[in-house]
Design a binder for this molecule. Sequence first.
Ligand code: NDP
Length: 230
Amino acid sequence: MKISGSTALVTGANRGIGRHFAEQLLERGAKKVYATARDARRVDLPGVEVLELDITDPASVEAAAAAAQDVTLLVNNAGISTGANLVTGDLAKIRLEMDTHFYGTLSMVRAFAPALGANGGGAILNVLSALSWFSADGANAYGAAKAAAWSLTNGVRLELRGQGTQVTALHLGAADTDMMAWYEGAKTDPGDVVRAALDGIEAGSMEVVVDEWSAAVKASLAADPALFYT
Ligand code: NDP
């Protein structure tokens, strides 16, 4: 799908990767960009339409969908990382991971699918993670929720094929945002993440794997599926 002339909506657009999405969508000629955030006052981007939107609140999602009937590109970017593990972690944190990454993305897709269909099909991009694929101590609740969101992405692609909606998954390793501020290893520039994602949307890709590390992880898992379980 062409970005130029599209009407895009980005969740979590006040900072991090979401902010880069809003900026680059405008740079690529999007006709309109709805930059949404839990607190609308925290969006300070010129040229965007600001909407308040908490993806875990069904009423908020419905209100955003009613306000953005002209959308043709939905970018499900909003996310959290609680650091919870599955066996000993706080169950409320594990539920919040699922509420955000799985149910939040699902609510967005259900609320916006009719408008996308009415506007010619359009496209959905779901921001996932290399942790959709494998376990990592301290991020197992996050990984489980991202794996659920990845499965959701593939199911939604199948279900929306009839209305012509393109559905793209974005997988990445560590990017240099607040979420990974604690991490001292190599991190991808969030601007580069977004460039790769938008290139993928324009190319009609079903999956975009941003960084070499994620691509290497994917290749290793394909070569030795037992690694999925370690
Ligand atoms: P940040 O922590 O920098 O930003 C997260 C954004 O999501 C914020 O705008 C935040 O809003 C918003 N958000 C969180 N919960 C909700 C909610 N319930 N409703 C609406 N907005 C919400 O993280 P990143 O920019 O790094 O993350 C963007 C996406 O990329 C996430 O899905 C993340 O899981 C994914 N990702 C990031 C990686 C990384 O290394 N950074 C690696 C792999 C994937 P607020 O400001 O109100 O908190």
